[in-house]
Design a binder for this molecule. Structure first.
Ligand code: SF4
Length: 289
């Protein structure tokens, strides 16, 4: 396959055929993120994307999922996405789901009719990085959107019947805004009612503006126990039915998984158990990164 630079995909797309439809991230300005820093954002020609899909067809027999990378494939014009999805339907009749990362802005730039059309052609899931529901934190991390826009974008996906998977980042508000992060993130999730909520835990990478803030003392990282308190604070406030909650990324200190609301008490008791673990005093020992 022809790939440009490092590839990122959601954990649930681990077994998907990954095709780069865009290169990099259309925003590329979040203070904590280094994923696409070396890439100038661009949308690939539809012909090239289709060539890559054809190459994939030659290599792989049973392709049930396809993920269109990189950062924001939903920003591609609908007419071009239609060509890509139609080619996938014809070439991979066994494909059950096509997934993309979608930024709030690229979702808001699509009409509800466009999203429904993409759904009818096989777009089955959109991954939306919310990071935090707090406007204060969204501004501080330079996310480029506020919570109102995130809610509007999320609702638009849910209403179009495309599955929506959102991610939050534990610790993204630092010590100062940890309480606000939990409260406001729960508010946003409760309004959107996504199908999946995933929690990552903040990893500070060298070369990012956030790294400099940590080094200078302007941003204070949470301890593992504070991360769990923040998670507890968030989960206690979640009121969303049939939503799969996951905190089982390698960046997390403990692994949590359940379906809200039925498993909410179970998840909370797992957090309580986690809070008793003395091993969490060592912040790097139990992360798998
Ligand atoms: S966090 Fe997402 S939107 Fe922000 S720069 Fe990174 S890839 Fe782009």
């Amino acid at each position: 396959m022809r790939y440009e630079g490092a590839l990122y995909r959601p954990p649930s797309e681990a077994y998907s055929l990954i095709i780069q439809a865009t290169i990099g991230c259309s925003h590329n300005k979040c203070t904590f993120c280094s994923m696409y820093k070396g890439k100038q954002f661009r949308i690939r020609n539809t012909e090239e994307i289709i060539e890559d899909l054809a190459l994939g067809r030659n290599h792989y027999k049973n392709v049930t999922r396809i993920f269109l990378a990189d950062g924001d494939a939903l920003t591609i014009k609908t007419e071009e996405l239609v060509k890509i999805l139609k080619f996938i339907k014809e070439t991979f009749p066994e494909c059950e789901r096509v997934g993309v990362y979608g930024s709030p802005k690229s979702i808001l730039n699509k009409t509800s009719e466009e999203l429904s059309l993409l759904k009818s052609l096989g777009l089955g899931i959109i991954y939306l990085g919310i990071e935090s529901g707090s406007d204060k934190i969204l501004k501080a991390i330079n996310k480029g959107v506020n919570s109102k826009e995130i809610i509007e974008a999320g609702r638009k996906v849910v209403d179009s019947d495309i599955e929506l998977s959102v991610t939050l980042i534990s610790g993204i508000g630092g010590k100062e805004n940890s309480l606000e992060h939990g409260i406001e993130s729960a508010r946003v999730i409760n309004e959107i009612k996504p199908n999946y909520v995933g929690l990552l835990t903040l990893l500070v990478e060298e070369g990012t503006p956030l790294y400099e803030d940590v080094e200078s003392g302007r941003f204070q990282l949470l301890t593992p126990k504070e991360v769990l308190f923040e998670t507890k604070n968030l989960v206690e406030r979640l009121q969303v039915e049939n939503c799969i909650f996951r905190s089982n990324h390698a960046s997390n200190y403990i692994s949590l998984r359940g379906t809200l609301m039925k498993d909410k008490d179970l998840i909370l008791s797992q957090i309580e158990e986690g809070l008793k673990l003395s091993r969490l005093e060592d912040k790097d020992l139990f992360r798998r990164l």
